[in-house]
Design a protein around this ligand. Structure first.
Ligand SMILES: *[C@@H]1O[C@H](CO)[C@@H](O)[C@H](O)[C@H]1NC(C)=O
Ligand SMILES: *[C@@H]1O[C@H](CO)[C@@H](O)[C@H](O)[C@H]1NC(C)=O
Ligand SMILES: *[C@@H]1O[C@H](CO)[C@@H](O)[C@H](O)[C@H]1NC(C)=O
Ligand SMILES: *[C@@H]1O[C@H](CO)[C@@H](O)[C@H](O)[C@H]1NC(C)=O
Ligand SMILES: *[C@@H]1O[C@H](CO)[C@@H](O)[C@H](O)[C@H]1NC(C)=O
Ligand SMILES: [Zn+2]
Length: 443
């Protein structure tokens, strides 16, 4: 036995050297498989579907229990490279994976993050588009779409109007993936601008009255989330980084105010998947030269970590009946923050609500029963690595409606169109319209 080799063998997994170059599908797969093998106790690699050309859509999960959900551990995700020619996010996520696994057990914060969170990372949602781009180019939009020439960020069901575009395999794969976990928080990584954009991307007058922003009932939380990313990125927070492009105050913007779009992924996540998602535009140049990648990693590393920590905002817990059985499919919402498709407990009776410090009334609803209201105060002190925990015993009366046991999912129709005065969508100002003409290609 060669002891020097044994030593090397033990040390090597800790010095996983991921270089700053573009990793094409094969190299990316090799890297992900190596990580999954070298760090098998904290990672789980799986494929959630295939692209049009049959390339795997990989997801690497990092967590103390990477293979399955644990009660109280929120599910977080990052998705990049949905537009194949927007490449920075793809490489950043590979470096993030490397950073997480190599610092587990070494760095206190990363260890706590991995202990308390299950982190799902999809470095490329559009591998065909990425492979279709021949070489780095800031503005070439070849490769933005999937192999059937569909823009995947216009391909989801829309909350405000019918989106009858034919649903693409990559989109279907993500929609199915969303059903498999109760994702709480997410970000979608793009390029071509420098800003953190938050829902809604589309709107109707019921959501879009204020200065042409189309706001969710969780607008305070979304602005906070976008800020938590932008404020740690030295270039993004300046808000005016890309030449000749719109100024973004503090580096954040409401998606609809920037320019309205139909069929985007962030609105879909928020409306149908109970998952708060924002869209991160990480580089003025969509596909910069490899030499720039270390700079992008330096300016985004702190933000990427800080944003994951936000999955622990607010309140979480389980809903039980008086006998201690967890109740699935119970609506748990904050009064005055109703979601058009109500947020419900998962099969373990769990709920997660992202909220800023303050006092709130939770409205817990079981079909056929009186709603149960309960007050909560989310304290100011920072809730690092765990939301406020509050389990709820629902005071069931009489016979339990059996529809509780089934899970009627929300219909995939424009749900906001059933709200009052939906007919006249708030039109963005002429100024915004002109800006939009120049920027229609970025999100
Ligand atoms: C995994 O371990 C192998 C052998 O020890 C090493 O060559 C490789 O660089 C490691 N890769 C990663 C990504 O950790
Ligand atoms: C992380 O969890 C492990 C148990 O899985 C525990 O031993 C360790 O102390 C925890 N570390 C931190 C920093 O919370
Ligand atoms: C889209 O499809 C729905 C039903 O699937 C239909 O009711 C609607 O009219 C269609 N809209 C357009 C613009 O084609
Ligand atoms: C609680 O929610 C239910 C439906 O989810 C609603 O019908 C009821 O009006 C709400 N109650 C209050 C006091 O907000
Ligand atoms: C929407 O409808 C309400 C009453 O239903 C009305 O007060 C309000 O002015 C309408 N808003 C717009 C933008 O039409
Ligand atoms: Zn994009």
């Amino acid at each position: 036995m060669d002891f020097a080799r044994l030593w090397l063998g033990l040390l090597l997994p800790l010095v996983a050297a991921l270089d700053f170059s573009y990793h094409h599908q094969e190299e990316m797969e090799t890297f992900l498989k190596n990580v999954a093998q070298n760090y098998s106790s904290v990672t789980h690699l799986h494929c959630v579907g295939k692209s049009v050309k049959g390339r795997n859509l990989w997801v690497l999960v990092v967590g103390r229990s990477p293979r399955e959900h644990r009660i109280g551990i929120p599910e977080f995700k990052y998705v990049a490279n949905m537009h194949g020619d927007e490449t920075v996010g793809r490489e950043l996520l590979l470096h993030l994976i490397d950073y997480l696994v190599t610092n587990d057990g070494k760095d206190f914060e990363i260890t706590r993050l991995i202990n308390s969170t299950r982190i799902h990372i999809m470095p490329s949602m559009n591998p065909d588009g990425f492979e279709a781009v021949k070489k780095p180019d800031c503005f070439n939009t070849n490769g933005r779409e999937n192999n059937n020439f569909y823009d995947l960020n216009r391909n989801f069901p829309d909350g405000f109007e019918f989106n009858n575009e034919s649903r693409q395999p990559e989109t279907v794969a993500v929609m199915e993936w969303l059903k498999t976990e109760t994702f709480v928080l997410s970000a979608n990584l793009h390029g071509g601008a420098l800003v953190a954009s938050y829902p809604f991307d589309n709107g109707v007058s019921a959501t879009g009255k204020v200065h042409s922003r189309s706001v969710t009932p969780d607008d305070d939380v979304f602005q906070y989330l976008a800020n938590s990313y932008a404020s740690k990125n030295v270039n993004m927070k300046k808000g005016d980084h890309c030449k000749n492009k719109m100024n973004f105050r503090n580096g954040i913007v409401n998606g609809y105010e920037w320019y309205p779009l139909k069929g985007g992924m962030q609105d879909y996540n928020y409306i149908w998947a109970q998952c708060f998602e924002i869209t991160l535009e990480l580089s003025c140049c969509k596909y910069p030269r490899e030499e720039k990648l270390p700079l992008f990693w330096d300016s985004n590393k702190a933000s990427l970590i800080e944003y994951i920590k936000q999955v622990h905002l607010g309140i979480k817990g389980q809903v039980f009946d008086q006998k201690g059985n967890p109740l699935p499919n119970v609506i748990v919402e904050v009064q005055d923050r109703k979601h058009v498709c109500p947020y419900k407990t998962n099969k373990f009776g769990e709920y997660y609500l992202l909220l800023l410090p303050g006092s709130y009334t939770l409205n817990v609803t079981v079909p056929g029963q009186e709603p149960y209201l309960t007050k909560v105060i989310i304290p100011k002190k920072s809730q690092d690595f765990s939301a406020l925990k509050k389990d709820i015993v629902f005071p069931l009366r009489g016979h339990l409606d059996s529809s509780l046991l089934s899970n009627p999912s929300c219909p995939m129709i424009p749900l906001y169109s059933i709200l009052p005065n939906h007919s006249a969508a708030t039109k963005p100002s002429l100024f915004l319209f002109l800006v939009t003409l120049f920027h229609i290609l970025f999100k």
